[in-house]
Design a protein around this ligand. Sequence first.
Ligand code: 0GY
Length: 308
Amino acid sequence: MSFEKTPGWLDWYQGPTRPRFQVPVGSVDAHCHVFGPGAEFPYAPERKYTPCDASKTQLYALRDHLGFARNVVVQATCHGADNRAMVDALVHSGGKARGVATVKRSISDAELQALHQAGVRGVRFNFVKRLVDFTPKDELMEIAARIQKLGWHVVIYFEAVDLPELWDFFTQLPTTVVVDHMGRPDVSLPVDGPQFALFERFMREHSNVWSKVSCPERLSLTGPKALNSEMGLVHGAYRDVVPFARRIVEQFPDRVLWGTDWPHPNLRDHMPDDGLLVDFIPHIATTAELQRKLLVDNPMRLYWPEEA
Ligand code: 0GY
């Protein structure tokens, strides 16, 4: 089957630079996707966008280029609840990839077991309205109770403005809960303002909540260009995201994860150079200890506990 990608969608960055920041040995890219290829793994009929193909081979080449050892492949909405492309990536990773699936209430126990066998360790509940149709909360809660028995966790994706409405549901989830991209704060608002304070409170009051401090390229308004100020100071790429991510890393060093988000679905303005994204890490995790927790210890504890 052949697919036309959504008009205006940018292709992922070809030939990323080699990062200057050398990640610690054993680092995990804990948020990335595979798309198709569509001819082999068709995109879901209910999808809200059609991506360009991004295969497991290309993902693992990027992993090696950036100096990472492992990946967590997260089911993207363009594949709906058909996890075959993600599972195919896991089973061809030589044990170096684990996955997060999207499942429906109708999934059988045997199918859940097969996903576990392939390396899946979580399910993703997506509340970003431009990406998915609404799923009733009782259905999600039922799924959460079932996957809890497998020792899996729930990954949640939402916009910061929706946190108050989703709070009760999130705080009743019985598993570890991992938030994508810090709950997408509006970084034009003050880091000390009420919106981000609510997210910090969510993490502070609920020790089962973790956060990915990923996707500065999605959140930033200042963008990828470094700025040379009149004072001769150089402020780096995505500088407006730094105070937000750094604050989460420093307050919750044992509950943060980082990922490239390759191949960066749904970007229209600019496509990040993945090498540059890696160079962003020391700005938000400023010591070797914080970097090791973020990139090695935490993802290993969550996804490869038997080796951690
Ligand atoms: C991300 C972000 C996005 C998309 C998806 O599954 C997806 O389609 O996650 C987005 O558009 O913000 O984490 O990849």
